[in-house]
Design a protein around this ligand. Structure first.
Ligand SMILES: CC(C)(COP(=O)([O-])OP(=O)([O-])OC[C@H]1O[C@@H](n2cnc3c(N)ncnc32)[C@H](O)[C@@H]1OP(=O)([O-])[O-])[C@@H](O)C(=O)NCCC(=O)NCCSC(=O)C[C@@](C)(O)CC(=O)[O-]
Length: 350
C-alpha cells in the first residue's frame, strides 16, 4: 500500500538522512564493541531502509580506540543495493588504509565515499586532530584530491558551528569561510556540526543566514546533537532555510570524545517521524480513530521503515545496556506492544 501522502508529494520534497550511528554514535563508548556487533548494526540499518550510512572511521586508535576495528567491520557488511557506505578519514594515512582495502581483488569493502572533518575554531581542531583549522585544511586538501581521483565521493564536516567547548561562542563568518574551503577542495556537501548541541532555532538561523551568503543550500547538511533537546527544532529551522540533508543517529546514540558533556545526535527515528508523521508507522496499526490527524504532505525520506529502525535503536541500546533515547522509537514500540496485547486478547475470545 502506498503511504497516504505519497501521491501528493512534490518532487522536491526528498530529504536525505545520513545515518551516523555506527561512527558518531559508537565512537565515544568506553567499553569495546566487537566488529560483529557494529556490522550487525550497519546491516540492520540498511535493512531498515537507511541508504546513507557512515560506518566507521580510519583515525588514530590512540585518539579514538573504539574505531580501531573498522576494517574488520567493513568485511562483515552485507551490502544493500543503492546504499552508500562511507568512512571518516582524518589524514593521508587514513585514506591510504581505505584505498588499500578497496584495491583488494577479493571482496573489497562497499565504500563509495569518505568524510573529512575540520572545525570552526582552532581550539576544537587542536583538541580533535592536533592541528589548527588552517593546518587541518592544508592536510585535507591533498587527501580530498587523491580520494576524488580514486573515484570516491567526499563529504566534509565543520564542527562547533555554534559554540566551542574550549573557546566559547563561534563567529558564523568563520563557519562560512571553513565550509567554503571544504567545498573548494572538492567536497560535494558540507555538514554543519552543532557538536555541543548548544544550538537553538535563533542561533542556527544566524549561522545559516551567514553561510548561505555564498554557499548554496543544496551543498549543506545539518548535524545537530541533541544535548539541550533542540535538535528537531533546529532541523525544522534548517528545512525552512532550504537544507535537505541531515545527519542522525539511531537510538540517539553518541557524542564526540572531544566535546565533553555533549550527548548524541538527534535520533534517526525522531527525524523520520517528524518528517513523515504516522505515514512512517507502516503496518503498525491504523491511526488512532479518536484523534483525526490533519497533516500536510509528508517529506520523502526514502525507503525507510520506522518500525525496523525503532527495533534497531532498541536492540543496539540494549546491547549497550541502556534505553534508547528516541521518543518516536519508544512510542512506536509501546504501540506495537499494545497492538500485540489487543490481538492476543481478541484471539483468546475466539
Ligand atoms: C588526526 C590525528 C591522526 C593526528 O594525531 P597525531 O598524534 O598528531 O598524528 P601523528 O601523525 O603524529 O601520528 C601519531 C600516531 O597515530 C598514527 N596514526 C596517524 N594517523 C592515523 C590513522 N589515520 N589511522 C591509524 N593510525 C594513525 C601514526 O601512525 C602514529 O602512530 P605511532 O607511530 O605513534 O604508533 C589524530 O588527531 C586523530 O586521529 N584524530 C581523530 C579524532 C576523531 O576521530 N574525533 C572524532 C571524529 S570528529 C567528530 O566526531 C565530529 C563530527 C564529524 O561528528 C561532527 C560534529 O559533531 O561536530
Amino acid at each position: 500500500m502506498l503511504p497516504r501522502h505519497s501521491q501528493s508529494r512534490p518532487a522536491s520534497s526528498f530529504v536525505k538522512i545520513v545515518e551516523v550511528g555506527p561512527r558518531d554514535g559508537l565512537q565515544n563508548e568506553q567499553r569495546p564493541i566487537s566488529p560483529a556487533i557494529k556490522a550487525e548494526l550497519i546491516n540492520r540499518l540498511a535493512r531498515a531502509g537507511m541508504r546513507n550510512i557512515e560506518v566507521g572511521s580510519f583515525v588514530s586508535p590512540k585518539w579514538v580506540p573504539q574505531m580501531a576495528g573498522t576494517s574488520e567491520v567493513l568485511s562483515l557488511i552485507e551490502p544493500v543495493a543503492n546504499a552508500s557506505y562511507s568512512v571518516l578519514v582524518p589524514n593521508q594515512k587514513g585514506l591510504d588504509d581505505v584505498l588499500n582495502l578497496l584495491s583488494r581483488n577479493s571482496s573489497p569493502p562497499p565504500i563509495t565515499e569518505i568524510a573529512v572533518f575540520t572545525s570552526a575554531t582552532d581550539a576544537f581542531s587542536k583538541a580533535n586532530t592536533n592541528a589548527t583549522v588552517a593546518e587541518s585544511l592544508a592536510r585535507l586538501a591533498p587527501v580530498v584530491r587523491v580520494a576524488l581521483d580514486a573515484g570516491l565521493r567526499v563529504r566534509g564536516y565543520v564542527s562547533v558551528i555554534i559554540t566551542c567547548p574550549y573557546s566559547g561562542r563561534v563567529d558564523p563568518r568563520r563557519v562560512r569561510e571553513v565550509a567554503r574551503e571544504l567545498l573548494k577542495m572538492g567536497c560535494y556537501e558540507v555538514s554543519l556540526g552543532d557538536t555541543t548541541g548548544a544550538g537553538t532555532p535563533a542561533s542556527v538561523r544566524a549561522v545559516l543566514e551567514e553561510v548561505t551568503k555564498d554557499i548554496s543550500v543544496s551543498q549543506l547538511a545539518g548535524h545537530f546533537h541533541d544535548t539541550n533537546g533542540t535538535a528537531l527544532a533546529n532541523i525544522k529551522t534548517a528545512l525552512d532555510f532550504g537544507l535537505r540533508a541531515f545527519d542522525a543517529s539511531v537510538g540517539g546514540l553518541g557524542g564526540c570524545p572531544y566535546s565533553p558533556g555533549a550527548t548524541g545526535n538527534v535520533a534517526t527515528e525522531d527525524v523520520v517521524y517528524a518528517l513523515m508523521g504516522e505515514d512512517s508507522y507502516g503496518d503498525v496499526g491504523e491511526p488512532y480513530s479518536d484523534s483525526p490527524v490533519v497533516q500536510g504532505p509528508a517529506w520523502d525520506v526514502g525507503p525507510v521503515s520506522l518500525p525496523l529502525l525503532a527495533d534497531t535503536g532498541s536492540w543496539i541500546s540494549s546491547v549497550l545496556t541502556r534505553e534508547t533515547t528516541s521518543r518516536a522509537g519508544k512510542a512506536l514500540l509501546a504501540r506495537k506492544e499494545r497492538e500485540r496485547r489487543l490481538s492476543e486478547s481478541a484471539q483468546a475470545k475466539l
